[in-house]
Design a protein around this ligand. Structure first.
Ligand code: SUG
Length: 448
């Protein structure tokens, strides 16, 4: 049975804004308080999806979450109808309100950790939605993500997020890479090696200035729940240098696909150990290829500013070498532009770099790779995936019209307090559930 990688992209929601909510994410801090452009941002995301699917990749999308997330206010003891909650929230807890309005679920590399069926002892696709417990605005996502994944992949084992607690802090696939070999009949359907990158041990204290968001404990629990073979998993620690320079997730300094791991020299606490462990785990399966970018060619600061590594590393049908789908900012940063040029001229595993414009997301620290969740599926599993959540020309058209109808062009910090933003957002989401057959109880506001 043939297996291929599908990319499911998170669609930017109508309340996309620059809240400055993510400590340790330099782009989020730098752009805090700017006016955002939700409509342009969502259309940028749709164009990226169209590009990938146009090149023959399996492409899907995941819906925005309910924002403002009013159930959180109710948990805090606020009462009344939605309009009253909005009013009280902005009067008594404005900082909380900003968190409840973030469109952060678009970065669905953080939605979940995915283990495809060839890696799991029971032969099922396993998914664990991330609890995202480190940042308040992101900790609201887990339950709705579980709902979206269960809708998209009815055949999968979708676990509950791990307990919302610091020991189990989990940020999903942004810190996880699956490497594997490939052949003509099975594609990516042979046993892979799953690399779990953590920032800290759950029980040890934090020794970085910025939060280390992913714990080893979370991944240990997950690898057991996913029934992964212990010989084919690897744990590696992020370097504190990378975290302190602004690499709040490993995918800011590392990306992998098939046999290739592409990463910055400063990404890991112990690079030699990481390589040894991957070679051991891949023994008899495939030969791993390490493409390490030296700091003398690309200083860590440039890697983080340009998001060189927050690129998608994909194999387009009919091509021999991999393609790196990088943000425009990588082209605009001298050292990374130069590096990419040299990279593709060489005869290594990466044969081309394609630049895409996802600037609205980038200003909050979300590059092309943050916006997508990789799901390796068999042809049968792809066939059983919810049709409305596959990205086709029809879906593209429907979603584009929907965005153009409901999204504002601009959203300033002042606009965030406008009560009509809530009604606009709920009206849009309600219509989306009808258009995409997500059910009349998909969002909390529909269940109240
Ligand atoms: O969690 N930004 C996100 C960016 C996530 C990027 N994802 C990956 N690297 N995979 C975050 O820090 C900023 C929101 C704000 O400030 O308004 C934010 O949440």
């Amino acid at each position: 049975m043939l297996y291929r990688e599908a990319n499911f992209d998170g669609l930017m929601g109508p309340t996309h804004n620059y809240g400055g909510l993510s400590d340790g994410n330099l782009a989020s801090a730098t752009h805090a308080g700017l006016t955002s452009h939700p409509r342009a941002g969502a259309l940028q995301g749709l164009s990226k999806m169209a590009h990938m699917s146009g090149k023959g990749l399996w492409q899907g999308w995941l819906p925005p979450h309910q924002r403002p997330f009013l159930p959180f206010l109710r948990d805090l003891g606020f009462t009344g109808a939605d309009a009253q909650l909005w009013e009280q929230g902005w009067t008594q807890a404005p900082q909380i309100m900003k968190n409840l309005l973030s469109a952060s679920p678009m970065w669905c590399a953080n939605a979940a950790t995915i283990s495809p069926s060839p890696d799991c002892a029971d032969g099922r696709l396993h998914m664990t939605p991330a609890n995202l417990s480190t940042m308040l605005h992101r900790s609201l996502e887990g339950e709705q993500t579980q709902r979206s994944l269960a809708a998209a992949f009815p055949f999968a084992q979708v676990h509950a997020p791990l307990p919302l607690q610091s020991v189990m802090a989990d940020e999903g696939a942004a810190n996880h890479v699956r490497l594997c070999g490939h052949d003509k009949t099975k594609g990516r359907g042979t046993q892979g090696v799953e690399l779990f990158v953590y920032g800290r041990g759950g029980f040890s204290g934090q020794d970085t200035k910025f939060p280390a968001r992913q714990t080893r404990q979370a991944f240990e629990v997950m690898s057991q729940n996913h029934k992964l073979h212990p010989d084919h998993i690897v744990f590696a620690q992020q370097s504190s240098t990378a975290i302190e320079a602004g690499a709040f997730h490993n995918d800011v300094v590392c990306v992998g696909a098939l046999e290739t791991l592409f990463y910055h020299e400063d990404a890991f606490a112990d690079t030699a150990q990481m390589q040894t462990d991957i070679r051991r785990a891949a023994k008899g399966l495939f030969d791993p290829i390490f493409v390490q970018v030296p700091r003398k060619d690309v200083p860590l600061k440039d890697a983080i500013k340009s998001y060189l590594f927050n690129s998608m590393l994909v194999k387009f049908p009919g091509q021999d070498r991999l393609s790196l789908i990088a943000p425009m900012e990588t082209k605009e940063t001298q050292s990374t532009a130069r590096y990419c040029e040299a990279l593709t001229l060489g005869n290594g595993p990466i044969g081309e770099v394609i630049y895409v414009d996802v600037r609205q997301s980038m200003r909050n620290g979300g590059g092309p790779a943050c916006l997508r969740l990789r799901v390796t599926l068999s042809k049968d599993e792809w066939g059983q995936t919810k049709p409305e959540m596959k990205f086709t020309e029809d879906t593209h058209e429907v979603l584009t019209t929907w965005v153009n109808t409901h999204y504002r062009e601009d959203l300033s910090p002042q606009d965030l307090r406008d009560p009509s933003l809530m009604t606009e957002s709920f009206t849009a989401l309600d219509e989306l559930t009808q258009l995409m057959k997500l059910g009349a109880d998909f969002y909390p506001f529909q269940r109240e």
